[in-house]
Design a protein around this ligand. Structure first.
Ligand code: TEU
Length: 542
């Protein structure tokens, strides 16, 4: 096993959704050369690694999460040599590249699946999950994530194949040791190319047991992950993060065990699911209750202290923009974006910043059905229409939660198409790029960008960010999020007003003498009796 440095404990990771980051050739779709051209910007922000959403060859049914060749780059994004150049250019700037491994399913256009479909005896047949049956008599009533049944009929074989996502994303059969070995070889090939780590797409779903209707957390899950880790990740000093919607704290401790037997950390979504009606779908909206939210964050901070490792995130390519979700994307856009950044970056774990979050980019609030591109959104619209939902209710859910909210192009400047492309963008650019863009924020020392830059630098400067114990203060307060982090030498204090009203300043010991590290307002009155809307302050004693 390579010696592990755990470099990722004080790292900050930046997620790039390649098709919306920077286009270099005018086809309206972002690409690898575009990313290379923006590395200096990312270096200025201070991040340590980039998680790239999938860029491998793909028919793009689910924007690249349907891979047809794991060892090649999709021509829309560039070539393998562009990828090698990206890895090398990033390395020059001390930035590592993390790839997104989609191992639960492949594309139906992958060579393996094309072979698998030829006959039951084909050597690749067992790379996928099949059940015998009769046309029209589904093996069971399991539903796919993007709507419809999990089962798809293949008449030539008189069999159904299993797919947890779209019909073009057949599930891989992890019970087959040959498939597993094939995956390890592919991962090792990428490790040899110098990638710095991996994000593992829906990894908690690989050990599915369709006959028992088990999707995530199947009985063999951790056995598979340990074997995977041993045969691949443990060869190098990598960062690995598993996406696990089904993770509770107990499981997260297994995934992120300090002995490195599984991953470095996982993405868990307990906090993210708090603004939906329990037991319903993400489209069924409920207001966020701060008290509940704080309890969830506190639980994760406590439970993993010393025996696991958290990831910290507000956003990704599947989630709405945080400033539109739990901040205020109008009057207090900047203040609330900064407040959310301060609250998150003060906690224990590795923060992830999703492209544009560092500018306070907002949801695509004016999108109509003509503007949406995402398969999940299009299918939801179709299914809810058919089920009799009102148009205005459907649109309300989509404006709040469609994945396309976070997939509009990055705002670089106020020129046409926000500087993203000289051609026609694959998805509309958010018209507010004229006010919200990187060029403007770079030149304003009080911008959201500079708050992120400062927080990223602070995390590297003070060890308390990494090892300090977390204590939640005022747990029952419905507006304030107040906590401390403490190690033997230092203490951090974070005080935040999570809402748009003015609230009394909480009393926290030590604040008077403390050094102010960061705040969401440029002018800070240390004697103020109140916190202004979305005001947040981060102090240090040490
Ligand atoms: O997402 C996992 C997943 O379960 C999502 O479908 C999630 O439930 C949904 O986005 C919430 O709206 C991962 C990827 O991040 C996502 O982009 C892919 O579509 C999905 O896996 C399939 O690979």
């Amino acid at each position: 096993m390579t010696e592990k440095t755990n470099w990722w404990k004080n790292a900050v990771i930046y997620q790039i959704y390649p098709r919306s980051f920077q286009d270099s050739d005018g086809d309206g779709i972002g690409d690898l050369k575009g990313i290379i051209g923006r590395l200096d910007y990312l270096q200025k922000l201070g991040i340590d690694a980039i998680w790239l959403s999938p860029v491998c060859k793909s028919p793009q049914d689910d924007n690249g999460y349907d891979i047809s060749d794991y060892r090649d780059i999709d021509p829309m994004f560039g070539t393998l040599s562009d990828m090698e150049e990206l890895i090398a250019e990033a390395k020059k700037r001390n930035i590592r590249i993390l790839l997104d491994l989609v191992l639960n399913h492949s594309s139906d256009e992958h060579f393996w699946f094309k072979e698998a479909k030829k006959s039951r005896e084909n050597p690749y047949h067992d790379y996928y999950v099949w059940r015998d049956g009769k046309e029209g008599e589904l093996p069971n009533d399991m539903k796919a994530c993007f709507g419809g049944s999990c089962w798809e009929w293949v008449p030539e074989l008189s069999q159904y194949y299993f797919h947890q996502f779209s019909v073009k994303q057949p599930d891989l059969n992890w019970e087959n040791p040959k498939l597993r070995q094939e995956i390890y070889d592919m991962i090792n090939w990428w490790i040899d190319k110098g990638v710095g780590g991996f994000r593992l797409d829906v990894i908690d779903q690989i050990a599915k047991e369709p006959d028992q209707k088990i999707t995530n957390n199947g009985p063999r899950l951790h056995e598979y992950i340990r074997e995977l880790s041993k045969n691949t990740f443990q060869r190098a000093d990598l960062i690995t993060v598993g996406e696990a919607w089904g993770a509770d704290t107990e499981r997260a401790k297994l995934y992120s065990a300090p002995d490195g037997s599984e991953f470095s950390m996982v993405f868990q979504f307990e906090h993210i699911c708090l603004d939906q009606i329990p037991g319903k779908e993400k489209w069924d909206l409920a207001p966020l209750e701060l008290v509940k939210f704080k309890k969830v964050m506190e639980k994760w901070q406590h439970e993993l202290q010393g025996c696991g490792w958290n990831s910290l995130f507000w956003n990704n390519h599947d989630l709405p923009r945080i400033v539109s979700r739990w901040g205020n994307d109008k009057e207090y856009r900047q203040e609330s974006a900064k407040m959310l950044a301060i609250v998150l970056h003060g906690m224990q774990g590795t923060p992830y910043v999703y492209q544009g979050e560092e500018l306070g980019m907002t949801n695509a609030e004016a999108f109509t059905m003509d503007d949406y591109r995402d398969i999940e959104t299009l299918n939801m619209y179709r299914d809810r229409k058919a089920a009799g939902y009102e148009e205005c209710d459907i649109m309300k859910s989509l404006h709040a939660k469609s994945r396309d909210n976070a997939r509009t192009p990055m705002h670089w400047d106020d020129s046409k198409n926000a500087g993203f492309t000289t051609g026609e963008s694959w998805i509309p650019v958010n018209p507010n790029y004229v006010q919200i863009n990187a060029a403007q924020e770079l030149s304003d020392p009080d911008s959201v960008f500079h708050t992120y830059r400062k927080l990223i630098a602070l995390r590297k400067q003070y060890p308390v960010f990494i090892d300090g114990d977390f204590t939640l203060l005022y747990p029952e307060d419905a507006d304030l999020f107040v906590y401390t982090r403490q190690n033997e030498k230092e203490k951090l204090i974070v005080i935040a007003n999570f809402h748009g009203n003015t609230v009394d300043m909480p009393k926290v010991e030590g604040v008077r003498e403390a050094e102010l590290l960061c705040s969401s307002y440029a002018d800070v009155d240390r004697d103020a009796k109140v916190l202004r809307p979305y005001e947040a302050r981060m102090y240090r004693i040490g």
